[in-house]
Design a binder for this molecule. Structure first.
Ligand code: PXP
Length: 239
C-alpha cells in the first residue's frame, strides 16, 4: 500500500506566528527523501494552512507527486489548472469545520462535479473524488468519469467499539472492491494512525493512503525520518 503524506498541519504551525517556520515545503522535501510516495496539500478558500506560495514551490520542487485537495470552486479550479498537480482530490469544504468532515455527496452534486472533472481533464489532470464507502456514490463517480476515488476512513477511525470498527472496515472493503472492478484507482484516508493501520492494511484493493495528522504528531517526538519509516513498515506488514 502506497503512502502519501499530508503536510497541511506544518503550515498550521507556521501560520500560528505569521512567520516562515516550520516551512511545509522543506518538510515535504524531507519526507520525500525518507520514502513517502507523494505529498498532499489542501488549498482552502480561506488559506488557513497551505497558501499559494507553498503550492507554487511544491509544484516546482517535488519529485514524487503532488495531490492537491480542493473544493470545486471557480477560484481554486483556476489555480489547479495553472499548477497542474499529478492528482486533484475534490473534497467538500465548509468554512467552520476543523477538518474535512465527510465525503462529497456525488449524487446531489453531479452536474458541478461532472463539469469540474471535465475542466480538469482538459488540462490532463487526473481527478479523485473523496467519498463515503457507498456503492451508489461510487457508481455515480464512475458515471461522471472520475479517475480515482478516495474512500473516507473517518468513520472507521473514530468508531467507538470494535464491532462498529469492523463493520465499517467491511463496508470499506466492499466499496474498494467494487471501485476496482469499475476500473477506478482507489485511495483512502482520514484519521488513519499507527494503531488502526494494522487492521486497515488488510484491504488489498486500496492502492494508497493519505495520512497527515498521525504522522506529523509522531514526528514532533521522534523526528520525521522515524515517523515516515515506521508508517512505511506498517503499510508493508513489516511491523
Ligand atoms: N484525506 C482527506 C480528503 C482529508 O481531508 C484529510 C485531512 O486533511 C486526510 C486524507 C488526512 O487525514 P488525517 O490528517 O486525519 O490523516
Amino acid at each position: 500500500m502506497k503512502f502519501s503524506l499530508n503536510v497541511d498541519h506544518i503550515a498550521t504551525i507556521r501560520n500560528a506566528r505569521g512567520e516562515s517556520q516550520p516551512d511545509p515545503v522543506s518538510y515535504a522535501l524531507m519526507a520525500e527523501q525518507f520514502g513517502v510516495d507523494g505529498i498532499v496539500v489542501h488549498l482552502r478558500e480561506d488559506r488557513r494552512h497551505i497558501n499559494d506560495r507553498d503550492l507554487r514551490l511544491l509544484r516546482e520542487l517535488l519529485t514524487t507527486k503532488l495531490d492537491l485537495e480542493m473544493a470545486a470552486t471557480p477560484e481554486i479550479i483556476k489555480i489547479a489548472c495553472e499548477t497542474l498537480p499529478e492528482l486533484v482530490t475534490l473534497v467538500p469544504e465548509k468554512r467552520q469545520e476543523l477538518t474535512t468532515e465527510g465525503g462529497i455527496n456525488v449524487i446531489d452534486n453531479v452536474e458541478l462535479l461532472r463539469n469540474t472533472i471535465e475542466e480538469l481533464h482538459n488540462y490532463d489532470i487526473p481527478v479523485s473524488l473523496f467519498i463515503e464507502p457507498e456503492i451508489e456514490h461510487i457508481d455515480a463517480a464512475k458515471e461522471i468519469e472520475t479517475d480515482f476515488i478516495e474512500i473516507h476512513t473517518g468513520v472507521f477511525a473514530n468508531a467507538l467499539t470494535e464491532e462498529a470498527q469492523l463493520d465499517e472496515l467491511d463496508k470499506i472493503r466492499l466499496a474498494a472492491k467494487h471501485a476496482k472492478k469499475l476500473g477506478l484507482g482507489v485511495n483512502a484516508g482520514h484519521g488513519l494512525n499507527y494503531n488502526n493501520i494494522k487492521l486497515f492494511r488488510e484491504i488489498t484493493d486500496v492502492d494508497e493512503v493519505s495520512i497527515g495528522h498521525a504522522v506529523i504528531a509522531r514526528s514532533v517526538f521522534s523526528g520525521l525520518k522515524e515517523a515516515v519509516r515506521d508508517m512505511i513498515k506498517l503499510l508493508n506488514n513489516l511491523q
